[in-house]
Write a new protein. Structure first.
Length: 209
């Protein structure tokens, strides 16, 4: 049987993180767009995150993958900023316990570092910068979302990924690891950044909700 090419516009989600990819698929589910992933382009080398901010890294990835694939490309860089750690782990959130470390090891290091600070409030925030690059365009659009909260003393919950089991968003008593996907996707940093990005896509890509 001959495959029928989708008439929907293509959008590349430029991440190799399975957890992020699942969230983007969920958050973009109502848009009439054909989502593509980097798994479809195994020959393309991974873009190094050499920027000094979330915004710089997101832009680097979006523009590079867009140039290599010729597709509209959405890329994000996100992480956790903890007040008592002077904003760490920040842009190094995925590498906080070293290259190749598991999410569990990163959470373990974070809790150990915080235990030494004596901080009581343990204020923190998730930050997400989303860049959307258009083929043949010289610039990309940028959108930022923030979700403030605090860090727990112990891990709680099995949902989500990354630092979710140790982060309690403001207004809730449960961690992102305990809250349902539906709740998290309404209040998360990624959801907030993507809300503005979706409005832009509706106008610029000619897609409909």
């Amino acid at each position: 049987m001959t495959a029928i090419k989708s008439s929907l516009p293509d959008l590349l989600i430029a991440t190799n993180n399975a957890g992020k990819l699942r969230e983007f698929i969920w958050l973009l589910r109502e848009l009439a767009v054909h989502l593509r992933s980097l798994a479809e382009f195994p020959h393309i080398p991974e873009v190094a995150e050499t920027g000094n901010t979330f915004a710089e890294n997101a832009t680097l990835k979006a523009q590079s993958y867009c140039a290599q694939t010729g597709l509209w490309t959405l890329a994000d860089d996100s992480g956790l900023e903890v007040d008592a750690l002077d904003g760490a782990p920040g842009i190094f959130s995925a590498r906080y316990a070293g290259a190749g470390a598991t999410d569990e090891l990163r959470r373990t290091r974070l809790l150990a570092e915080l235990a030494r600070t004596g901080d009581v409030e343990r204020r923190a925030r998730f930050v997400c910068a989303i860049a959307l690059a258009q083929p043949d365009a010289l610039t990309s659009a940028l959108f930022v979302g923030i979700c403030a909260g605090r860090i727990t003393h112990l891990e709680r919950g099995r949902h989500g990924f990354g630092y979710d089991p140790v982060f309690v968003p403001d207004g809730y008593e449960q961690t992102f690891g305990e809250l349902s996907d539906e709740v998290k996707q309404n209040i998360s940093h990624r959801a907030r950044a993507l809300t503005a990005a979706k409005t832009y896509m509706l106008k610029q890509m000619g897609i409909v909700a």
